[in-house]
Design a protein around this ligand. Structure first.
Ligand SMILES: Cc1ncc(COP(=O)(O)O)c(C=O)c1O
Length: 402
């Protein structure tokens, strides 16, 4: 049973936690999901890999999400479990799409035969052969060809591993067409994409490929990548992305295609924070009990500035001056450092707690037990998501430049 508190400060006072605590704010996930479901001009699939926590999956369902981008059987099972819960509430059954371009034959077979999955993504002819064989050459498959996108269009570049382009892309579309009930094209511009035009460029490439292949395309999946507002970074509104995508699909021959997106970060980043404790202060360096091998792996990415604030048992003095700190995680690896700058009260000390906000994306799911540090403690908080404290413009510029 997950305990509920009014705020992180209330939780700290009650639990005085020895280990990091993952704080869930499901309302934020529900609100973001509702904004996508009503604003995106197509179907929203949540990218489960971003945060498979069942409490958040349920919040996304409450916000109207019914489709899920799943990458493995455990993710499909997690969504499948929701079906049982949600059917008892009289809601519609969630739909899984298997959107990992490389799958084992067993996973494909079980997804199709046991869990009723009908859409599969692929980027190689051998994967197409696997999908056909493992499903018994099923006649009701939606086959998405994963297209490569131009590199470096987002804070987290996902290119270089999956996706085909050029003649290979055209040939794969042609091969899939007669085997697919519905043929689709999928791509991913990279995570935390700050420019809506990146989607328009990729939709144009998809249109060129479909034109060269000379085959009708029924489905267009523009992937994830929709950004979150982090400290010092104000991306365009999601509505700008939606209208650029809608215009580009009309301009490039996809007016009749069913449109999908696969947001992860945008739906859940704000729905969590982590509360860690300061174990040692060494000048401007704070050693805390969570780090990049735990719930804070997103600190590895330049351009993702997770906000921090201090909590002190019994209350901290008001109005303390802020100064920049470096944070270090608990493991012995020097990689386990989060240089910041992180603006915290100058008098921060051992025993203080640091709340790191916007950890809902790629945080809890990336935890390891390296060096024996692993926390599985979760609470619900009722307060508003923690987006950051008000910092002077000069400090925000320094954060954005770091
Ligand atoms: C295929 C696919 N879809 C969707 C996502 C979610 O992306 P984001 O969290 O940037 O929205 C990812 C992230 O890696 C992905 O690989």
């Amino acid at each position: 049973m997950t305990q509920t508190f009014g705020s992180a400060a209330e939780m700290i006072a009650a639990l005085q936690p020895e280990d990091p605590v993952h704080c869930l704010r499901p309302r934020a996930a529900r609100t973001a999901a509702a904004a996508f479901v009503t604003g995106f001009p197509g179907t929203v699939m949540y990218a489960v890999k971003c945060n498979p926590d069942r409490r958040l999956l349920r919040a996304l369902v409450d916000g109207g999400v019914r489709h899920f981008d799943t990458a493995s059987l455990p993710e499909i099972e997690a969504v499948n479990d929701l079906v049982i819960d949600d059917l008892s509430n009289g809601q519609a059954e969630p739909v899984c799409h298997f959107m990992h371009p490389v799958k084992s034959r067993r996973a494909i077979g079980q997804a199709y035969h046991r869990y009723g999955v009908r859409s599969f993504v692929l980027d190689h002819p051998d994967e197409l052969a696997k999908v056909m064989e493992a499903t018994g050459r099923a006649p009701d498959l939606d086959l998405f060809v994963r297209m490569a996108t131009p590199r470096k269009q987002a804070v987290c570049d996902l290119g270089g591993k999956f996706g085909v382009d050029g003649a290979e892309f055209v040939e794969l579309l042609r091969r899939c067409r007669p085997l697919a009930r519905r043929l689709g094209i999928a791509f991913h511009v990279g995570s935390q994409c700050l420019s809506p035009s990146a989607y328009a460029r990729s939709i144009a490439l998809a249109g060129q490929g479909a034109g060269a292949a000379g085959v009708p395309v029924d489905l267009l999946d523009v992937g994830g990548g929709f950004p979150v507002r982090y400290q010092g970074v104000t991306p365009p509104d999601w509505s700008d992305y939606f209208s650029v995508i809608d215009a580009a699909r009309r301009d490039h021959g996809f007016t009749a295609a069913d449109l999908y997106c696969e947001p992860g970060r945008a739906l859940v980043a704000d729905a969590m924070s982590i509360v860690a404790r300061v174990e040692l202060r060494r000048g401007d360096a704070l050693h805390i009990n969570d780090g990049v091998y735990g719930g804070l792996s997103e600190f590895r990415f330049e351009g993702i500035h997770l906000p921090v604030r201090r909590h002190r048992l019994g209350g901290a003095p008001d109005g303390a001056e802020l100064m920049p700190f470096r944070l270090f995680g608990p493991t012995c690896d020097p990689v386990d450092s989060m240089p910041g700058p992180h603006w915290l009260p100058a008098d921060v000390a051992e025993g203080d707690y640091i709340e790191i906000g916007q950890t809902g994306a790629y945080s809890t799911c990336c935890r390891t037990g390296f060096n024996g540090f692993y926390s599985d403690r979760f609470v619900f908080l009722r307060d508003a998501p923690f987006h950051g404290i008000e910092l002077p413009a000069s400090e925000l510029r320094e954060i954005a430049a770091a």
